[in-house]
Design a protein around this ligand. Structure first.
Ligand code: AMP
Length: 637
């Protein structure tokens, strides 16, 4: 057996040989001429000259050996629906969806925006796009009109695929009115909207624009739509993520590199095998959903569970904190993927639920998206009696950057550490301002990746190469390195520990949110003149957003009832603009915000005060009383 150290070294020292070998994990229509083209850093082209297709590797490829095996298991504890699609069934549904999209005018390279709940049709739509070479842009169903509109504007989709609604905790959440409003707000208008009607919410169809999936599906029931053979570097999808400005970034991925990266990660990291079942509790709106609900498990020939619902509600819609474990038992799940927040929710349930079901099929639980605290890791590890594997990555990377690769060599995990650099990632710690490499264990620096970034990593920001280079590759003076914008330290064994973001991005229940986006929404309120939003540590969600607003009329501050009313109005505004995920936990009103003399908001000082920490060096602060106001407001919460 190869040692992981050798495996890793080869990936960094001989990337061409290493990735040429990994490329044999997928099927190619045409072999590639060149493995890695890094002639124009930081842009990388993987597998130039080759042709393949993501959908072929996820679906068609398996028809020969496993057509009758489960591929997609759609389970909803919201509607009670539970349905298994074999690879054969999935092949049929994806072709029906592909034919429907083509009938609506979608051609290779066109964008298709997908705004859907966790239903099988969402996966059909993603795979159908990959099949015909259209670029999908999945937008999280929990986002509201404002967020959706900015994504429609940027992606300029020809078609939008959506649904009448989602459901949460038994309550229907209509999507269509939000979608109609978003299309109204956007200057780009899609030429067609394809809607899956689940019978959850009434829909008003726009004549000539809106079409029902059920009807198109019938029309194209026997459609045969072969996979388009795409150049390796053809764009497979974009996914929007938050950064330090209000404008979301469209993270863009290729076709071949991503397919190879996922196939390799399923083997080396997740150690999942064809014929088994993978269960990721994420959402298709996030990168984990793209890589490890839809594509990764299917590429590996595994069945994947797509679960709509809370972790605490059973199929009979009654409270059941054991629903996930019930599914693990029923579908003999071998590999599971979730987020620390979800485990913290389960921690409040009866621990007996972890032993009530037969979980003997389960080999490992992977957790990602936010720091995994030691008590949570210990609780779930002891309860399930399987390894808990923390893994650190980003929307930008598409697959884990730091974890352990048990498929290559078993290594122990360390509580509090996501692990060591994965093959292909030349991870370093650099001094924030000097750019000097930090090699002494325990020194704190910015976690960066030296190019070429591995297959599967983002190619660029959709239609904005300059923003890609300036945002990610120019933040450390004098060095062209990719910044993760995370602080980290490394111990003497090479294990990394992630210490939080270096920028204004916050992480609420594993959801990445830009504080600027929330600030922009709040500043739109007619009575607000200025606002600062910070992320504050929270026992359940990791972080929550706290907003401090300056009002145009400061006399309102003396009227507690008026302040409470305004707080509710502001929260509602954020709900409507961005969605409930972005809603601040509290909105507090002050007369002035802490700023430097040059006018820069001191978010880190505000955050420190909210968390009861020392606010640090305040010599550059304009008005020290401003921070006292924050302190007073927090104490009166
Ligand atoms: P996203 O792009 O939404 O996946 O968010 C990526 C960010 O989440 C990273 O830059 C980290 O700040 C944080 N993150 C993801 N996984 C972990 C982890 N395992 N441990 C600590 N932080 C994490």
């Amino acid at each position: 057996m190869t040692s992981y150290a050798d495996f890793y070294r080869q990936s960094i020292d001989q990337p061409d040989a290493f990735w040429a070998e990994q490329a044999s994990l997928i099927e190619w229509h045409k072999p590639f001429d060149r493995v890695c083209n890094y002639d124009n850093p930081p842009f990388v082209k993987w597998y130039e000259g080759g042709q393949t297709n993501l959908c072929h590797n996820a679906v068609d490829r398996h028809l020969a050996d496993r057509a009758g095996q489960a591929a997609l298991i759609a389970v909803s504890s919201e509607t009670g629906l539970e349905k298994t699609y074999t690879f054969q069934d999935l092949h049929g549904e994806v072709q029906r969806m592909a034919a429907s999209l083509k009938a609506l005018g979608v051609e290779q390279g066109d964008r298709v925006l997908i705004y859907m709940p966790m239903i099988a049709e969402a996966a059909f739509a993603m795979l159908a796009c990959a099949r015909i070479g259209a670029v999908h842009c999945v937008v999280f169903g929990g986002f509201a009109s404002g967020s959706l509109a900015s994504r429609i504007e940027d992606a300029a989709p020809k078609v939008i695929v959506s649904s009448d609604g989602g459901s949460r905790g038994g309550k229907a959440l209509p999507y269509k009115p939000l979608l109609d409003e978003a299309i109204r707000l956007s200057s780009h208008k899609p030429s067609a909207v394809l809607l899956a009607d689940r019978g959850l919410a009434a829909m008003e169809l726009v004549a000539g624009r809106d079409h029902l999936w059920n009807e198109l599906r019938e029309q194209h029931f026997d459609a045969q739509v072969p996979c388009e053979w795409l150049d390796s570097t053809a764009i497979s999808y974009t996914i929007y993520t938050s950064g330090t400005t209000g404008k979301p970034k469209g993270v863009q991925r290729d076709t071949a590199g991503y397919t190879v990266a996922l196939a390799a990660s399923m083997k080396h990291i997740f150690d999942g095998h064809a014929g088994e079942t993978f269960f990721s509790t994420s959402d298709i709106g996030w990168v984990v959903g793209h890589s490890y609900i839809v594509y990764g498990p299917l590429i590996a020939g595994m069945a994947t569970i797509m679960y709509e619902g809370l972790p605490t509600q059973g199929m009979d819609k009654k409270p059941n904190g054991g629903i996930w474990w019930e599914l693990v038992e029923k579908y003999k799940v071998t590999v599971m993927f979730s987020a620390p927040t979800a485990v913290r929710v389960l921690k409040k349930q009866d621990p007996a639920l972890l032993t009530k079901y037969d979980l003997s099929s389960l080999r490992a639980l992977f957790l990602a998206g936010e720091p995994l605290d030691e008590p949570t890791a210990r609780w779930i590890s002891e309860g399930l009696n399987v390894p808990i594997i923390d893994n650190y990555w980003q929307t930008e990377s598409g697959w884990p950057i730091l974890t352990i690769a048990n498929g290559v060599e078993s290594k122990p995990s360390k509580f509090g550490s996501p692990g060591i650099p994965m093959y292909g990632y030349n991870v370093k710690l650099l001094h924030e301002s000097t750019g000097e490499e930090l090699t002494v264990p325990g020194e704190k620096g910015v976690v960066v990746i030296e190019g070429p970034t591995p297959p599967g990593f983002m190619q660029t920001i959709w239609q904005d190469d300059a923003r890609f280079v300036n945002t990610y590759w120019k933040s450390i003076p004098g060095r062209l390195v990719y910044s993760t914008f995370d602080w980290g330290i490394r111990d003497a064994d090479g294990y990394f520990f992630i210490l939080g973001r270096t920028d204004d991005v916050i992480n609420v229940a594993g959801h990445r949110l830009g504080t600027r986006e929330i600030e922009e929404s709040i500043s739109g309120h007619s009575q607000v003149s200025e606002v600062a939003v910070v992320g504050v540590a929270d026992g359940l969600k990791g972080q929550v957003a706290m907003a401090f607003a300056v009002l145009k009329d400061s006399s309102v501050l003396n009227d507690a009832a008026a302040c409470a009313r305004l707080e509710a109005e502001i929260m509602k505004r954020v709900d409507n603009d961005l969605g409930a995920v972005a809603r601040p936990a509290r909105v507090r009103f002050v007369t002035v915000l802490p700023k430097t003399r040059s006018g820069k908001l001191l978010r880190r000082a505000i955050q420190a005060v909210c968390e009861g920490r020392d606010a640090g060096d305040l010599t550059t602060m304009d008005d020290p009383a401003a921070l006292q106001q924050i302190r007073d407001r927090v104490e009166t919460v």
